[in-house]
Ligand binder design. Sequence first.
Ligand code: TYD
Length: 206
Amino acid sequence: MRGIFISMEGPDGSGKSTQLELLKKYLSDKGYEIIITREPGGTRISEAVREIILNKEYTEMSYMTEALLYASARAQLVSEVIKPAIDGGKAVISDRFVDSSAVYQGMARGLGVENVYKMNEFAIQGVMPDLTIHLDLPAKVGISRKKDQKELDRMELEALDFHEKVAEGYRKLAELAPDRIYTIDATLPIDDIHGLIIEKIENILR
Ligand code: TYD
């Protein structure tokens, strides 16, 4: 039996981690074996790459290098964790996946969505989410939430204009793949968002 793969996407500060935890509890209460992961990261090597990507000292990083580093962290995560878990019939929930690269590097950095998916073909080995939850939020709200929680990393330190392109980019991507990407207003109360997510998943599992 093939497992299920769900990714959570959205601008920084959209509440992905909170929803991911709630979803994990819901699915494990239902008896699913769950693998939770995040990008960039989720394996020893990918976490080491994450340290390089998000290090705010590396202001000289080219957009192409950035895109390739995200793809390399992803390649390791797919082969070490995601693919074996799906093949083993588990439910995988990932905090971000290849759509993050399509939006952040393809749209906001301007490398082009097609180029970025193409660059990632090698890394993902045909693995795509069955469902992508897109938490939609105005860029300003997301970044001010982040500022209150932690020290900002290299990506979060980008100007507001960049984060606006990200928020808008996700909306465009969701329009391009309406069957896979489900958009939810992330300004709604936490429990309401969770309710919408499980309703959607119930429909898919049925
Ligand atoms: P994330 O782990 O969601 O940040 P945090 O732990 O601070 O909430 O993501 C790290 C950053 O990397 C985030 O700004 C989005 C960015 N990113 C990309 O630009 N491209 C990608 O492919 C991925 C996976 C993330």
